[in-house]
Design a protein around this ligand. Structure first.
Ligand SMILES: NC(=O)c1ccc[n+]([C@@H]2O[C@H](COP(=O)([O-])OP(=O)(O)OC[C@H]3O[C@@H](n4cnc5c(N)ncnc54)[C@H](OP(=O)(O)O)[C@@H]3O)[C@@H](O)[C@H]2O)c1
Length: 322
């Protein structure tokens, strides 16, 4: 089968299209014939070695397709089922092996591209707003990179929960998209000091919560955007990792709460996974949650897709197809 692998960490050129054997499912596993693959920022961290993996390795943490074989003892799915999944390595390929318990049944009214587009970023936006900090009416949330894959979903779900949303984005075109998704205010943080703007927009009080996935270039100022006892949710580092941090700063800046969550710990069992996935599928099918697929690349052009994502050129989701 065709797969996109890396042998050494590096730039997009490290991704190579190769012919490898079709894998066989072991006990508890299913083999999925992949129809659509979701691209995520974690793929870049893994490609560059920021999140190290043993190599050679097939990249890709999200996919949708049809179960084509199952290993012993599998009860959750059967051959022929339409499924989608996230946070299991190896989706940049024609077939992937996935623990059966990590597969969500994909409803007939959600197509494969949408299934591959919603799982990882959607479940992230879901847990960040429902569990890391349950957003409520009256809360003000600052969302960085608001027109990104996670960002556009985070805005919509935060608005469903009644929060006021302030978004930051890199360009005017991205600002329009963030507004269309429901952001109450949008700041061009490439041109304006987002801290001064947030203070102005909140009459000096600051936000209740900052969702910061940009990291190096935003983190310090994000802390100053919070009101006392506010929450700084650092959930990514698109601009690079945050420098070592003195926890004493949390006290000095208003008894703040800091968490660095990962989706892996918010889909701990099958019930939790299915609950989040089903909310997302229902919202998508009913039009309550709008998915924005920025572009679709063929699997062999994965390197070009990586260049677009890390070059800040995309809005919403990138999907790869066979
Ligand atoms: N912890 C978790 O559970 C979890 C799960 C999923 C994703 N994440 C994180 O969420 C973030 C968003 O992921 P995504 O896949 O949806 O990507 P994305 O937001 O679509 O793309 C990254 C965006 O970050 C912004 N950015 C700011 N500075 C950047 C820089 N120096 N280089 C590149 N981008 C920069 C850009 O938007 P602007 O041009 O508007 O600044 C860019 O479009 C990532 O940090 C990812 O690691 C975390």
């Amino acid at each position: 089968m065709k797969a996109i692998r890396i042998h050494n960490y590096g730039g997009p050129e490290a991704l190579s299209l190769e012919d490898i054997a079709v894998p066989e499912p072991k006990a508890g596993e299913a083999r999925v014939k992949i129809a659509a693959i979701g691209l995520n920022y974690i793929d870049i961290y893994q490609r560059t070695g920021l999140y190290p993996l043993p190599t050679p390795v097939t990249l890709g943490m999200e996919g949708a397709g049809i179960v084509d074989a199952i290993g012993g003892g599998v009860t959750e799915v059967k051959a022929g089922d339409r499924v989608a999944y996230a946070m299991i390595l190896g989706s940049y390929a024609e077939y992937a092996i996935v623990p059966a318990a990590k597969l969500a049944p994909l409803p007939a009214n959600v197509d494969f591209k949408s299934g591959a587009a919603i799982m990882l970023q959607g479940m992230t936006a879901h847990y960040l707003t429902h569990d890391t900090y349950p957003l409520k009416r009256g809360d003000t949330a600052l969302i960085h990179a608001a027109a990104g894959g996670v960002g556009l979903l985070l805005i919509q779900i935060a608005k469903m929960l009644g929060a006021r949303v302030i978004g930051t984005v890199g360009t005017e075109a991205k600002a329009q998209l963030a507004k269309q998704a429901g952001a109450d205010d949008v700041i061009l943080y490439t041109q304006t000091d987002f801290l001064a703007e947030v203070k102005k927009l909140t009459e000096g009080k600051g936000a209740h919560i900052v969702y910061d996935s940009v990291g190096a270039t935003t983190f310090e100022k994000s802390l100053d955007c919070l009101r006392p006892r506010g929450y700084i949710v650092l959930f990514g580092q698109s601009s690079g990792p945050v420098a070592p941090f003195d926890p004493g700063k949390l006290a000095a800046k208003g008894s703040l709460f800091l968490t660095r969550p990962s989706l892996a710990h918010y889909m701990l069992d099958r019930d939790e996974l299915l609950q989040r996935a089903n909310d997302l599928f229902n919202w998508t099918a009913s039009g309550k949650l709008k998915l924005r697929i920025d572009s679709t690349f063929s699997l062999q052009d994965a390197a070009d897709a990586h260049r677009q994502l890390e070059g800040r050129k995309t809005t919403g989701k990138i999907v790869l197809v066979q």
